[in-house]
Design a protein around this ligand. Structure first.
Ligand code: URA
Length: 433
């Protein structure tokens, strides 16, 4: 097989065979196929797309490029969840313990944040002492013992994706649905998921800007899951304003705790309950999302999800006493962003809030930046709420007072206040199963 011919085949809109896709991924990881040829192929895929069969084969070829986690728990289905990222998205911290408390084993490998989006691992590491690095044996042992472990993604999983993503990043080919779908699904499958629930977000704070694009990505991932024998469901949710009221690592952990104690913000609870309900369905705890909701409400009311979260934190070495003391976790409250006029909040641009929180220290500008875990923004007001001129809309936390002014300037562009409020698109628009 010659790579030049395979590039030409895809460039001309033809379908690559299973053997050809395995040849390409193997050769790329081993270094016999150079970056320039792989870049040409990814650009051809960008323009010509891939069939569902090709996308599933590409996914499996990537899975087989590295180690795989296998957790065998007789009678139980290991279910994973994936969110396509956003601002204020702390759903894993809530959904993980909640479904684990219902009997679904949660073996989760998560990522760190970059730019305006946060990452689950940074949020967990804002809990003093909490360890997110574990070898496979310890990871599996913890899942078997307490039903849940959340750790940082291991470097030995899907090396093909690591190399390919870095190439796509510098060749303007990140934005291709088959390449995104295979990248995400390969990591889920390699980390041992037997069933998968996806939260594909759209809007200013999300990877996909339009609902239509989010739907296409969701469908591509559901198709991969089905072809590879993983029961897969996707919800499409709106990320035009941040999810919940907290943006920033410790702030988000505190908000997750409120949710686990049944006191969380309505939008965040709604997304968490929808995701958790589908996890119970694909995990075969029950057969409809409606009956799943009843189980979840019971578990929350009995405090079992909160107990499971504490068990998770303790098992991974986190300091529970510090976790219960807000003042020990947050950086100083340095300023408020105040409403410039009276009216209704029509829009809060999630991306700009994320960027502003990053300026305060909550996120990374580049892969090597460090994080101020206690920094961030708390949204006292959200879309649709009335405000008075001069009223505090957002609280700004940071350890570095010099960051306040640039963060406030960005917040000025993030908020739209109008005389009356016209509702935006719904929070959850579609479920694809
Ligand atoms: N997230 C991933 O893991 N891969 C992509 O290609 C895009 C987003």
């Amino acid at each position: 097989m010659r790579m030049t011919e395979l590039i030409e085949k895809k460039r001309n809109g033809l379908e690559l065979t299973t053997e050809e896709l395995y040849f390409i991924i193997r050769g790329y990881v081993q270094g016999t196929i150079p970056d320039y040829q792989m870049a040409a192929l990814t650009m051809a895929i960008f323009f010509q797309g891939m069939t569902a069969r090709e996308t599933a084969d590409l996914t499996m070829a990537m899975v087989e490029s590295g180690e795989r986690v296998e957790i065998s728990l007789p009678g139980k289905i290991v279910v994973d969840k994936h969110s396509s990222g956003g601002v204020g998205d702390k759903t894993t911290l809530i959904v993980g313990p909640l479904v684990a408390a219902c009997g679904i084993p949660v073996a989760k490998m998560s990522g760190r944040g970059l730019g305006h989006t946060g990452g689950t691992i940074d949020k967990l590491q804002s809990i003093p002492g909490l360890n997110v690095e574990m070898n496979q044996d310890a990871f599996c042992h913890q899942v078997k013992k307490i039903g849940i472990a959340i750790i940082a993604q291991s470097n030995s999983l899907v090396p093909a994706d690591k190399k390919l993503y870095a190439l796509r990043d510098v060749t303007a080919t990140v934005d291709s649905i088959p390449l995104i779908a295979s990248s995400i699904m390969s990591k889920k499958i390699a980390s041992g998921a037997k069933a998968i629930v996806l939260d594909v977000k759209y809007g200013s704070g999300a990877f996909m800007s339009s609902e239509q694009k989010a739907r296409e990505l969701a469908q591509a991932m559901v198709d991969i899951g089905k072809k590879l024998g993983r029961d897969t469901v996707a919800i499409i949710s709106n990320m035009s304003q941040p999810l919940g009221r907290a943006v920033g690592n410790s702030l988000e952990v505190l908000e997750a705790i409120e949710c686990l104690q049944g006191r969380g913000p309505k939008d965040l609870m709604e997304v968490c309950l929808e995701l958790a309900a589908w996890m119970l369905v694909v995990g075969q705890i029950t057969d409809s999302s409606k009956s799943a909701r009843a189980i979840l409400t019971d578990v929350l009311d009995q405090g079992k999800a909160w107990e499971k979260f504490l068990e998770l934190v303790a098992a991974q070495g986190g300091d529970i006493l510090k976790l219960k003391n807000k003042d020990l976790l947050l950086s100083p409250l340095k300023a408020h962003y105040k409403a410039p006029v009276q009216g209704y909040i029509q829009n809060i641009d999630a991306r700009k809030i994320g960027m502003s929180a990053m300026i305060l220290g909550a996120g990374r500008e580049n892969k090597d930046s460090s994080i101020d875990y206690g920094a961030g923004i708390y949204l006292r007001k959200k879309t649709g709420e009335p405000v008075q001129k001069g009223e505090a809309l957002f609280d700004l936390y940071t350890s570095d007072g010099q960051k306040i002014q640039p963060a406030l300037e960005l917040l000025d562009q993030a908020v739209t206040i109008t005389e009356s409020y016209s509702p935006n698109q719904p929070l959850i628009s579609t479920v694809i199963d």
